[in-house]
Every structure is written in C-alpha cells, then in structure tokens.
Design a protein around this ligand. Structure first.
Ligand SMILES: [Zn+2]
Length: 449
C-alpha cells in the first residue's frame, strides 16, 4: 500500500511533468512561428534588394470592373543624373514571378508624372494576378550606350484610400480574393513604405457577384409605352433571360429588381447601390428607346462611360446587329461609332440640373462637369472617376453610401430597340434568344472566360 504522502508526491510529480510538456509544446510552436517569420523576412529582403531608399508616390489608385489603375509621380531630385527613357510599373512576387506594365509619363519641372491609363477598363487586369504576394514598384530606365540602367522605387500612398478587397470573375467555379494595400518594410535602420497586392484562392462570399443586370424602370415607372406595350415589362423579361443564360455559364449574377416593382435609386437595395454592395465587375442596364417625334430612328444603341476603352461597347452593338434582324440606330446624337454612344452633361444640361435643384429646394452637386456621364446608371455606378456624386447633402433623398469609393463597376446601358417602331417592336417580341446570345457572347469574348 502506498502511503497518503507518497500519493500526494506522485501527483505533484505528474503535475510538474504535465506543465513541462505544455511549456515545451508552446515553446516549439513559438520556434516554428519564428522560422516562418524569418522565412518571409528573407524573401522580402531579396525583393527589396536593389530598391532605392527614396519613394515614388501614388496620388490615386482605382479599381473599376476588372482593372487596377493608378497615377502618381517620382521626384527628379531622386534621379539627378538619369536621362529617363522608360517608366514601368512592376509587380514582383516574393517567389520570383514578375509582371510589367507600361506607364505613360510626362516630364514636368521637378517630377515625372505617371499614369497607367486614362480609361477605367485598362491598366492591370486583376483576373491575371493569380495566387501570390506581390510588391508594386516603379522602375525607371535609362539607356546608356548598350546598357540599360534601372532603378526601382517603392510606392508611398498619398491617396485617401488605404485598402481594397477585390474578387476575380468566377471562372470554372474558381475565384481569387485580391487585397490591395500599403505596408512598411524595415531594412537595417530605415523603413520603406510599399504598395502590396496579395492574391489567394477563395470561396466567393454569398454577397459577391460578377455581373449586375438592371432591368430599367418598374412598378409605377413603366418607362416608354407604345400601344399596349410597356418598356418595364420588356426590360424585366430580357434581364431575367440574360441572368439565366449567364448563370448557366457559371457567372454569378444579381438583378436590381426581379419583379414589377418600383426601385429606389439609393438606400440599401437601391439601383445604384447594389453594384457596389455586390462588388460587381460589370453592370448592364437594359432599356428600350422611344422617340417623341417622328420619324422613329429604330435600331440598337449602346451607351458607354466617356472614360472607357470602347471595345466591349462596340462588340455589344456589333453582335446584336449580327445575331438579330435589326440595325444600328440612325440617331446621330452622341454617337461615337456605329451603335456606340457616349453622353456627358452639356452646359445646357448643367443649367437645367441647377434649375431643377433650386426648384426642389436642394443644393446643386458642384462636381457635375461636361465630363460627367449623363445617364444615371453609368454615372452613379462608376464611382469617383465617372462622377458619382450623391453625397448625402440632400436630405430629400437617401445617399449612396459608396459615393466616394475608389472601387466600382464598368457600367453600360443597352437600348435594345425603339418601342414605338413597329419593326423594332416585332423584332423584340420574336427574337429574345438572339438578343440574349449576342450579349452573352460579347461578355464571354471580352472577359476571357
Ligand atoms: Zn428606359
């Protein structure tokens, strides 16, 4: 028999042993963490190896649709002896992958100003940035006889934005989550601020979609009317068919309305808010045209943002006239190409808007210029660069909580045809599938899926 004292001693020993084992476990875990941190630091050391101690500066960066765009400058005092022959934006992964993008630049008195693109749908296609941690650099080149001298500058952030979260378009049920932000790397005694892009495989959150389809009008706003046909019915029927077809190809799609209801512009489920809250890359607003006076123009019109590369808009117009027995609209106002239209505020539009604001008793939005898109869905879902401007100063309407966002969609408005043209009306009633196929093929071709 063991004495009570022996049992107590045994328990004491066991407790001590258990505590020691726990401590060893915690210690080995900490060692492991240190190993990992050390490994990441070593990788960053190699990425930052030849980086200049001075900075390039980003004044604005934006994400529209699928593209990251940025502009900024580099001070000449940081490259006093260089005759610059090229400036590029470089994405360097810690595992060695490198992407290069040509920057447009202008030679100013004390600086070189650079820009990826004037167009919201150009720049860095984020769908190509698959898996990895990337540091963004500005590379300045000078050609000396046969040699190219290169200098790498890390990027400091002068914009008011600090962090963005983007999800790539759904491709084969696969998505990547991309974080764009700023961080600091410590090298010897000094700190280097840098812009970083990380991309990792993810399960798409329920709230995120690829494309928003906006069936124009609805409820008490029935849109254009001809005989006993209403625009709002066509736009809903076509939008639902478009959603179904796109979903059958694997895209995630949301509608701004799915029944015959009036849709508010702003607020939680507002027409202009859904594209932001769902992080949609593409917005297509579906409408029918109508003319107040005869003759009716007839045909298709695609409205695009004024600061977009028009390849996609043109392909929508071309596909529709190729697939459907219809034609490009003969309306010449705001037309930039056959079937493609860009409409911004005219000085007269601005005066009218000012008068209307006065009449309604609210302040005119001062940031409307002749560069602001005129059509609501293009303007309001296009963020700061296309001039979204509902900033809550007018208490008579709800605000768009995303009005100052640097992240938004590429938005287009499709006028399928004229409801008060008998030809167009007949075509619209009898060729829905052809219209849908035309639009879907254009999306698939232009977004590379
Ligand atoms: Zn309409």
């Amino acid at each position: 028999m063991m004495s009570r004292k022996n049992i107590t001693n045994l328990i004491k020993v066991m407790v001590v042993v258990i505590i020691m084992m726990l401590l060893m476990f915690v210690y080995s875990f900490t060692l492991n963490l240190e190993d990992n941190t050390q490994e990441i630091e070593n990788k960053l050391d190699s990425v930052f190896e030849n980086v200049e101690p001075n900075m390039a500066y980003v004044e604005l960066y934006t994400i529209y649709g699928n593209h990251l765009n940025t502009n900024g400058y580099i001070l000449k005092e940081n490259i006093p002896d260089m005759t610059v022959s090229d400036i590029d934006l470089i994405l360097k992964e810690d595992d060695g992958q490198v992407y290069e993008y040509d920057l447009q630049y202008t030679d100013q008195e004390d600086r070189y100003e650079f820009l990826l693109s004037d167009n919201i749908n150009e720049g860095i296609d984020l769908n190509n940035i698959i898996n990895g941690d990337y540091i963004v650099f500005v590379r300045v080149e000078e050609i000396q006889q046969e040699n190219t001298v290169e200098k790498y500058f890390s990027i400091d952030n002068l914009s008011e934005y600090t962090q963005n979260e983007y999800y790539t378009l759904t491709d084969n049920n696969t998505n990547y989550k991309i974080n764009i932000g700023f961080n600091t790397y410590t090298k010897d005694d000094y700190n280097i601020d840098y812009m970083g892009i990380t991309s990792q495989y993810c399960v798409l959150p329920q709230s995120v979609v690829d494309i928003v389809i906006d069936p124009g009008h609805g409820g008490r706003d029935c849109g254009a009317i001809y005989e006993n046909y209403e625009e709002a019915d066509f736009t809903l029927e076509y939008s639902q068919a478009l959603k179904e077809k796109l979903e059958s190809l694997g895209f995630k799609v949301a509608l701004t309305r799915d029944k015959d209801v009036y849709t508010e512009s702003y607020g939680e489920n507002g027409r202009a808010v859904i594209p932001y809250s769902t992080k949609a890359k593409l917005v297509l607003s579906i409408h029918l045209n109508s003319t107040a006076t005869l003759p009716v123009a007839g045909g298709v019109e695609i409205y695009a943002p004024n600061n977009a590369n028009l390849t996609f808009a043109k392909s929508l117009a071309d596909n529709i006239v190729n697939y459907v027995p219809t034609r490009y609209s003969s309306n010449g106002e705001n037309r930039v190409m056959d079937g493609v239209y860009v409409r911004t505020y005219t000085q007269e539009d601005i005066e009218d808007a000012r008068e209307y604001a006065q009449y309604m008793g609210y302040d005119m939005y001062e940031n409307i210029t002749t560069q602001t898109p005129y059509l609501f869905m293009i303007r309001e879902t296009g963020g700061i660069m296309t001039g979204a401007y509902v900033d809550g100063r007018n208490t008579s309407m709800e605000e768009n909580p995303y009005y100052n966002s640097n992240m938004s969609a590429e938005a287009y408005l499709i006028e399928l045809g004229f409801i008060n043209s008998d030809d167009d009306l007949n075509t619209l009633i009898n060729n829905k599938d052809a219209y849908i196929n035309a639009i879907v093929d254009s999306i698939v071709n232009n977004y590379g899926l």
